[in-house]
Design a protein around this ligand. Structure first.
Ligand SMILES: Nc1ncnc2c1ncn2[C@@H]1O[C@H](COP(=O)(O)OP(=O)(O)OP(=O)(O)O)[C@@H](O)[C@H]1O
Length: 353
């Protein structure tokens, strides 16, 4: 009999970390991978954990599925503190957490069918139930035709779809995806992201994706947490974190991939070419933004769009425009105040480089 983990309290987030630190002892040195992490993963949502290499992302995932224990603080899954669980209960809880890996981690000597069936065998399902479940999963990930193929006969994207089917086998409530598209080309990445979206939308599975790829964040994430040197430096809904980053780590991650904002060299070039005050505006009310721009002519201010980009996110578009505003300085300042009601506005500094 599989032991049943304690029942989940009402309204508990899928995952909750409070005051979590993790220090590894390496020889005589201590390496602090995570410090004072407070984090909630809301049930039914997709959270992206982003950060540069070494920020502590994988350690965070390993704490959630109890492959590591925190040095201090608590990790709760479905309202249950992992510290209070015995080995059997941890194993039962892991069946409720699916895991998808960067390198797929498929068993090469097993067919696609047998890879997907593996967690069901371990959980002691009988053959008929296994067959029904594997058939259903292969249909869901679009690999019915490949049931009897071996991993070496599959493309990277197909291997990852098998990885996802296997992770879903025991009907987990949470899916942890650690750099699940980093080994794939851009087209295949899109397919795998579309599949993960269906896992969230159609099956209601809560997903935590660890990634350094902004495309993954754009296409999939409802919420984002940014880690830097083991600390959370920013968190919130994706639109907010990408649209108005407050930490330099987030700004560097965003600017490196979304070309919505001019970099220092482009600002220098713009200064040579255009006159007026240069401002970037990340628009959150596009109709209101249009109205303010339409009003500028009558106020004697001439706006020129000199840079911009539109990035589609899961639920909305992220639109950033850089404007050169020419006119009487007091009126331009009033226009900026009006724009700040409908957008996050930054006046661009002189480039120093
Ligand atoms: N088992 C371990 N023993 C010692 N140090 C470790 C161990 N696991 C992780 N670390 C250290 O903890 C820090 C965070 O590592 P982690 O792998 O969590 O970062 P990451 O953000 O996932 O990086 P990457 O994107 O490169 O995978 C690093 O300094 C790493 O060297």
């Amino acid at each position: 009999m599989t032991p049943t983990p304690p029942a989940r309290p009402e309204n508990a987030p899928a995952v909750r970390l409070r005051g979590v630190s993790k220090t590894f002892v390496r020889g005589k040195k201590n390496v602090t991978a995570l410090q004072e992490i407070d984090l909630d993963v809301a049930t039914g949502r997709v959270l992206a954990v982003i950060g540069f290499s070494g920020a502590g992302k994988s350690t965070l995932v390993r704490l959630i599925n109890a492959l590591e224990t925190p040095t201090t603080g608590s990790v709760e899954v479905d309202g249950v503190d992992l510290a209070g669980l015995g080995a059997k209960q941890i194993r039962a809880l892991r069946a409720r957490i699916g895991m998808v890996f960067q390198q797929f981690n498929l068993i090469r000597s097993r067919t696609v069918y047998a890879n997907v069936a593996y967690p069901l065998e371990v959980a002691g399902w009988d053959k008929d139930k296994q067959e029904a479940r594997v058939t259903e999963l292969l249909h869901f990930v679009g690999l019915t035709e490949k049931a009897w193929a071996y991993p070496d006969e599959l493309s990277g994207g197909q291997k990852q779809r098998v990885g996802i089917a296997r992770a879903l086998a025991t009907n987990p409530e949470i899916l942890l995806a650690d750099e699940s598209t980093s080994a794939l080309d851009p087209d295949t990445t899109k397919d795998v992201l579309a599949l993960l979206r269906r896992v969230n939308d159609e099956l209601g599975v809560t997903i935590v994706v660890i990634t350094h790829e902004m495309d993954v964040v754009r296409e999939l994430a409802d919420d984002v947490v940014v880690l830097e040197h083991g600390r959370v430096v920013e968190s919130g809904p994706t639109e907010q974190v990408l649209g108005a980053p407050t930490s330099s780590a987030t700004r560097r991650l965003v600017d490196a991939t979304l070309r919505n904002v001019p970099d220092a060299r482009e600002i220098a070039r713009l200064r040579e070419r255009v006159s007026g005050r240069l401002v970037t505006a990340t628009v959150h009310d596009s109709a209101g933004f249009g109205r303010v721009l339409a009003s500028t002519g009558a106020r004697g201010v001439e706006p020129e769009i000199v840079h911009g980009g539109l990035t589609p996110l899961k639920e909305a578009n992220l639109t950033t425009l850089t404007l050169a505003l020419r006119g009487d300085d007091v009126t331009v300042t009033q226009v900026l105040t009006d724009l700040a009601q409908v957008a996050t506005v930054h006046e661009l500094e002189e480039a120093t480089a």
